[in-house]
Structures are given as structure tokens and as C-alpha cells.
Ligand binder design. Structure first.
Ligand code: HEM
Length: 750
């Protein structure tokens, strides 16, 4: 019943706020506008529809779509051939108790289709979530590229898929892993795909090693465990034998490996690309996505708990935020380097994807803004079937000879032919370019185009004229005519690729003490899961080449002696831009838990709830059970969570609205009866508060809230714990704390 009310509330709120605005780039779609006050419609249903005021069902199916588009037309159930079905619950049988007859075509069609519903998942990045949006160019890139979609105020529809790398399609979201950040720009000049990650470097320098690193990271082939994580022997075996992985690995062990949300991740194109301007001049660039919401992460215990509590945490967070109108935004930026023959910048080899150029040396220059403003309507049709490819380029954007990139240019099309069942997946709606297509590609599995004419070849003199080649002025793609130095065929890497530790050391030295503590804890956790002592020891040897403190701390955690470095420690300048900490960030979309009970001042609760909504955040009331809170004669307050199903990890901050009642927990009730101290506060509330405190989250309360906070073992006067008589004052201070994401002072190293 409560869920039904929640669905109703969301539908009403969306209808009210989303009726007037068309989503840019998606004609006919409706959603709240960017820049309008965001009003998350309170509690969110598990699967709401987000696009508009048209009549809809609670499960999200939309009316008003042409039947041929959604396969849901007409009022009768039919077979795939359009034949109306009289009964779909009983097979055709020889008598009610007799055998099923093979002649039942409807049975066979229904079961056969079901049997083939699944397609192979991606060989990597299988677990993902996606959204539609729009990219608007600033025009600032015009000096370095002729790419039209980067022109001033040019709007381009985009589809973005975020993913984990190692886990299978059904794995959990908050595992420690790299995240994919792949963007499809449907430009007027054809599709441009920016297929990046949330970490700016990669494990390997040459694509020929991709199967090795993935085989090492995936579950062990004998038992197929562990799922979706790197804390096992084969991963640590590989990265310690193959030390060019050191830089990427330390990023994974940092807070970057466990993002708070897809919305709070940076994105990186990693490789150096070549931009070509209107006069044919070239520059080298690295792509960066900068989230407007700031870069924030989970803490490891939180991430592990979430994997059990809500394995869909990131997927849900993205969809809910968009649903509520808190549209995630990223600025696209470029670091620009001169296109010199050596392709080096300040000693960094720009063709080595395990290296980055500090932003202090080459600032990221913003070139446009991306806003994600609509959820996919159908997971399979869109998120699963989308096919990205780093070779999908547009005029003005070209590749370099990074050997990792070259291998990728081969791999994606190859894998998609198998994953999507043939070569015609570019015809799927989600992959279809918005530019006219005249490609002379014909036939093949799942061909849906009905090509006419007799001459799919060029040149021809039939079919009313052969398509022309386009010159540069007509948008024809021209590879930058870069010189290829005379060389011998070799299987070798340049000497500059041999430095495997200096960039990892720079990353370590650039982190704040709290972040370093997390890195130490992550290495210690992961290596303690490694069974073979030799692999643990070998990894300590790698850490010694990054930094002696890192090595000693992890060695102490493993109970092993710390080795010394095997190469001289690099002299590097820290790059403060690599740290995530510092600054204040927008709080829209944050989730605030409010513990309340029958004894709470409901008027105060309403006021705070309203203030949270007005701040663009999501208030979730946590009550002893599912009954609405009422009793003061005013409108009752729905409880979105109960003491039984809430856990601290779902919230960015926790508020206590007075002294909550003991709830209906059997142990709590028994303890209370037995007069055991502290039991006036439900043990589940105490656990929530203790966890929120341990995870350095802001905690606030009013009226008698201090009783609950004390009962949770939180010392009086702790940083980031706000108690006051006036709920509004509490909330104001909590908002300030949220802008910094966590109460960093609570981490011991800080
Ligand atoms: C800089 C290094 C790399 C980055 C940033 C990267 C990024 C990604 C991302 C984001 C996806 C998921 C795309 C989606 O959401 O559908 C993906 C998928 C994939 N990647 Fe990579 N990748 C890298 C290196 C490689 C290499 C070296 C290879 C092979 C030689 C490779 C092969 C694949 C394959 C086969 C898929 C699955 C594609 C599909 O089934 O559609 N990747 N990669």
C-alpha cells in the first residue's frame, strides 16, 4: 500500500514538474528542465517511468508510442505473427490429462523465443547502467579541432553507459574495480564514441596483453570465484610480475576504485588523441570528463555492505537522480599538447597509456557540457545492445599510434559481431547514427534494412547515380597525414615505456593522509586474500618501489617483513589535482535518512523534510515499522524505510528526529523488558548511527536525539555531529558538511 502511494507521489510530482519541457535532442520526450529547481519527488519507486505526463502504468509502460516501435500495440494478445491468442496459459493437449501436442505452434513460438532471450554478455564491462542526454559545445575547441559538435552552442544527443570491468552482468555495483565511462555522441557528422574509464591510465601498454590482464582479473577458471573483484591470487600474480600495471593498480586501491556514484566520477579517454583544426593543423590531446557534483567515493566497509544491501546501488542512484530531475552533468575538457615528432610532453611519453600528464603542467580546458536527462526505456534494447568503438571518429578527431589504442580499434567490432549476432548491429535503434547512411554494406544476419537497387558497389553507373566521395569541405573524413618514421619490424616497446613506478609514486605523494590510509587498507585487504605467500611478498617488492611508508604499512598489516626498493625511488613533484579531497560541491541528489518514531515532533519533521527537498535532495523517513507517522491532526507522514530494512549505507547523512521508539525488534523489546541499559534506543538505530559515524558521515538531531547518539557510542562533541533544539539550524549545518562529502576529520590519519 505504501509503495502504491509512493508511485502515485512520484507520478504526480513528475507530471507537475515535467510537463512543459522537452528533452533537448529527444523530440517528443518530456522531463524536468536543466537548471530548474530540482525536486526529487520524495521516495522513489523501484521502477518509475520518467518521461512525461502521458498516461502510464505503474510499471512504466508508456502509451502513445506507435505499435511497431514497442511491439505492444492493439488490445489483444497476439502471436509474433499478429494472430490473436485465445489462451496463453494452457498447452494444446489430447484431453485435459493427456500429452501435449507438438502441433501447438503458439507454445513452441513462446518457449523458443524465451529460450533465446539472452545474448552473450560483454567479455568485459558486462555490468552496466546507462542514460540518455545532451552535449552542448562551448565553441572553445574550435581553435584545435574542426569537429562540428564541439562548436559553440551545438547540441548533440548522447547515450552514456557506465560499467564495472570484471564482474558478470548480475554482479554487484560497488565492488573495487575500474569503472567504464563510454559516451556515444550522435553528431550530424556521424557517431563519435569516447570509450573511457574513471581512471586515467591503464594496466598495460600494448593491446596484445589485454587477454592476459583480463584472464588474471576474472574469477579463477576452476571454481569461478571470486566474482567481480581483484582480491585473489591470479590478479596479484599478474600485476606483480608485470609491473607496468603498478600505476593503474594503485588507482584501483585508492578511493577511485569505489565511487560513491556514477554521477561523482571523473572520466578519462586515457590515450592521447590527435585533433585536426580547420586548416589541417594538428594537436595532441587527452580527454577528461569533470563531474559538476564533484568526485566522491565510498569507504570500503560501506561498499562491501552495499553489495549485500543493494547490489544495484549505482544503477539505482543514476536512474533515481535523473527521475527526480537532479540531472548529472559533466564538463568535457582537453589537455592540449603540441604535436611534436617525439610525441612527448614534459618528459611524459604521450603514447604510453600507463602515464598521465599532471593537470598542473597542462590544465584541462573545458570544451562543452554534458547533461544526462532521461533514463532508458528498455534495458535490453538500449543499455545491453549499445555498441561503442574507439574507432568511431568524426572529422577533426584522429587517433595516435598508442599500441593499446591500435589493438582496441580491432577488438570492439570483432567482439560485437559475436555478441550482437552478426554485422548489422549498427541498425539497432540505440546504435543508429543520426547522419544519413549510404554504406553499400549488404545482407548478413539480422539485416533489417530493405535495400533497393542493383548496384551496391562503387563505381557504378546504375541505380540512378553512384554516391559521391566527400572532400574535406563536404565533411569527408581525412586521416591526418602524419609521417611514419622509417623503421624495422620489431616486437619491442620504446625505452620510455620502461619506467613503471614514478607515476605511481607521484599519485601516492599527491594524496592526502586520509586517502593514503585508504590505499594502505585496500592493499592490505586485497593481499591478505592472496593465498600464495610468494605473491604477497612479490607485491610488497612492488610497493617498495612506490614508497617505503606504503610498503611498510602494508607489510605490517600482512605480518610480513618490508623489503627495500629494487630501483631508485623516483624524484617526482606531487600533483594536488590527483587528490579527490577539498572544495565544496553541489548536494543535489544526496539521500538523507531521518530516523523518526511516534514520539517525534511531526511538524519539525515536515519542515526538515521540505528543506531537504528544496535543496534538491531525497529525504527518506525511517520509522519503527511501515505505518505512516500521524497523530498531530495534520497530514500523516509516509515512512519510506523501517528499522528492519534500513541500513546506514543508503544515506549520505543521518538525522534523528527526537528520541526514536524501541521499534518492534524482538531482542530490543526483550532487552527493554529486562531493563538492559541503552535499550530505549532500538539496536538497529544504534547500529545505523554507529556505522554512519564510522563512515565519516554527517549526523544531526534535535529534541532528545542525543540519547540515541550516545547509545550508539558516539562521543559527545564529535566532529560532524550536530545537535540543536532548532531542527532548521541542524539541517543548515548538515548541508554545509554534505558539501564536503564526508567529515574527513574522523579518519584517524587526518
Ligand atoms: C584505455 C584502455 C581501455 C579502456 C578505457 C576501455 C574501456 C572500455 C569500456 C568503457 C567498455 C564498455 C563499453 C560499454 O559500456 O559497452 C569496454 C568494453 C570492451 N573493451 Fe575496452 N577498454 C580499454 C582497453 C581495451 C583493450 C586493450 C581491449 C582489447 C584489446 C578492450 C576490449 C574491450 C572489449 C572486447 C569490450 C566489450 C565491448 C562490447 O562487447 O561491446 N578494451 N572497454
Amino acid at each position: 500500500m505504501a509503495e502504491k502511494n509512493r508511485v502515485k507521489a512520484v507520478v504526480e510530482a513528475l507530471t507537475e514538474h515535467g510537463a512543459e519541457v522537452e528533452i533537448p535532442g529527444r523530440p517528443g520526450s518530456r522531463s524536468p528542465a536543466v537548471g530548474e529547481p530540482t525536486e526529487p519527488a520524495g521516495p522513489l519507486p523501484p521502477k518509475p517511468d520518467q518521461r512525461g505526463p502521458e498516461p502510464r502504468t505503474p510499471t512504466g509502460r508508456r502509451d502513445g508510442i506507435p505499435p511497431e516501435a514497442n511491439g505492444q500495440g492493439g488490445e489483444f494478445l497476439t502471436t509474433a505473427q499478429g494472430l490473436r491468442v485465445r489462451d496463453s496459459d494452457h498447452s494444446l493437449k489430447a484431453g485435459a490429462r493427456g500429452p501435449v501436442l507438438l502441433q501447438d505452434h503458439h507454445l513452441r513460438e513462446k518457449i523458443t523465443h524465451f529460450d533465446h532471450e539472452r545474448i552473450p554478455e560483454r567479455v568485459v564491462h558486462a555490468r552496466g547502467a546507462a542514460a540518455h542526454g545532451v552535449f552542448k559545445g562551448y565553441g572553445t575547441a574550435s581553435a584545435v579541432t574542426r569537429a562540428a559538435f564541439l562548436g559553440k552552442d551545438v547540441e548533440t544527443p548522447v547515450f552514456v553507459r557506465f560499467s564495472t570491468v570484471l564482474g558478470s552482468r548480475g554482479s554487484a555495483d560497488t565492488v573495487r574495480d575500474t569503472r567504464g565511462f563510454a559516451t556515444k555522441f550522435y553528431t550530424d557528422e556521424g557517431v563519435f564514441d569516447l570509450v573511457g574509464n574513471n581512471i586515467p591510465v591503464f594496466f598495460i601498454q600494448d593491446a596484445i596483453k589485454f587477454p592476459d590482464v583480463i584472464h588474471a582479473g576474472k574469477p579463477h577458471p576452476d571454481r569461478e570465484i571470486p566474482q567481480a573483484q581483484s582480491a585473489h591470487d591470479t590478479f596479484w600474480d599478474f600485476v606483480s610480475l608485470h609491473t607496468e600495471a603498478t600505476h593503474h593498480t594503485i588507482w584501483n586501491m585508492s578511493d577511485r576504485g569505489i565511487p560513491r556514484s556514477y554521477r561523482t566520477m571523473e572520466g578519462f579517454g586515457i590515450h592521447t588523441f590527435r585533433l585536426v583544426d580547420a586548416d589541417g593543423g594538428t594537436s595532441l590531446v587527452k580527454w577528461h570528463w569533470k563531474p559538476r557534483a564533484g568526485v566522491h567515493s565510498l569507504v570500503w566497509e560501506e561498499a562491501q555492505l552495499i553489495n549485500g544491501m543493494d547490489p544495484d546501488f549505482h544503477r539505482r542512484d543514476l536512474a533515481d537522480a535523473i527521475e527526480a530531475g537532479a540531472f548529472p552533468q559533466w564538463e568535457l575538457g582537453v589537455q592540449v599538447f603540441p604535436d611534436t615528432p617525439d610525441q612527448m610532453f614534459e618528459g611524459v611519453d604521450l603514447l604510453d597509456p600507463t602515464k598521465l600528464v599532471p593537470e598542473e603542467l597542462a590544465p584541462v580546458q573545458p570544451v562543452g557540457l554534458m547533461t544526462l536527462n532521461a533514463n532508458p526505456l528498455n534495458y535490453f534494447a538500449e543499455t545491453e545492445q549499445v555498441a561503442f568503438h574507439p574507432g568511431h571518429l568524426v572529422p577533426g578527431i584522429d587517433i595516435t599510434d598508442d599500441p593499446l589504442l591500435t589493438g582496441r580499434l580491432f577488438s570492439y567490432l570483432d567482439t560485437q559481431i559475436s555478441r550482437l549476432g552478426g554485422p548489422n548491429f549498427a541498425q539497432l535503434p540505440i546504435n543508429r547514427t543520426h547522419a544519413p547512411v549510404n554504406d553499400m554494406l549488404r545482407d548478413g544476419m539480422h539485416q533489417t534494412a530493405v535495400h533497393s537497387g542493383a548496384a551496391p558497389y562503387k563505381p557504378n553507373s546504375l541505380d540512378g547515380g553512384c554516391p559521391f566521395f566527400a572532400g574535406a569541405a563536404e565533411g569527408g573524413y581525412t586521416e591526418a597525414p602524419v609521417a611514419i618514421p622509417a623503421a624495422h619490424k620489431v616486437r619491442e616497446a620504446p625505452a620510455s615505456f620502461d619506467d613503471h613506478f614514478s607515476h605511481a609514486r607521484r599519485f601516492w605523494l599527491s594524496l592526502t593522509p586520509a586517502e593514503r590510509e585508504h590505499v594502505i587498507a585496500a592493499y592490505t585487504f586485497e593481499l591478505s586474500k592472496v593465498w600464495e605467500p610468494a605473491i604477497r611478498e612479490r607485491n610488497l617488492g612492488v610497493l617498495a618501489n612506490i614508497d617505503p611508508v606504503l610498503c611498510q604499512e602494508v607489510a605490517a598489516g600482512l605480518g610480513l617483513p618490508a623489503p627495500g626498493p629494487s630501483v631508485p625511488l623516483a624524484e617526482v613533484e606531487p600533483s594536488p589535482a590527483l587528490s579527490q579531497l577539498g572544495g565544496e560541491w553541489p548536494v543535489a541528489g544526496r539521500v538523507i535518512g531521518i530516523v523518526a518514531g511516534p514520539g517525534s515532533d511531526l511538524n519539525a519533521l515536515r519542515t526538515v523534510r521540505r528543506a531537504i527537498l528544496d535543496g534538491g535532495m531525497v529525504p527518506l523517513v525511517i520509522a519503527p515499522n511501515g505505518a505512516p507517522l500521524s497523530g498531530d491532526g495534520a497530514e500523516e507522514i509516509e515512512a519510506q524505510r523501517t528499522f528492519a530494512n534500513a541500513r546506514s549505507v543508503e544515506f549520505d547523512a543521518l538525522l534523528v528526529a527526537g528520541a526514536p521508539a524501541p521499534g518492534d525488534d524482538a531482542k530490543g523489546a526483550r532487552d527493554a523488558k529486562a531493563g538492559i541499559a541503552g535499550t530505549a534506543v532500538d539496536p538497529r538505530v544504534r547500529l545505523m548511527l554507529a556505522e554512519a559515524f564510522r563512515h565519516a558521515k554527517a549526523i544531526g538531531g534535535w529534541a532528545n536525539a542525543s540519547a540515541a547518539i550516545e547509545a550508539a557510542g558516539i562521543p559527545a562533541g564529535s566532529a560532524g555531529v550536530v545537535l540543536a533544539d532548532e531542527p532548521r539550524l541542524v539541517w543548515e549545518q548538515i548541508t554545509g558538511l554534505l558539501a564536503r562529502h564526508r567529515v574527513w576529520d574522523r579518519f584517524p590519519a587526518a
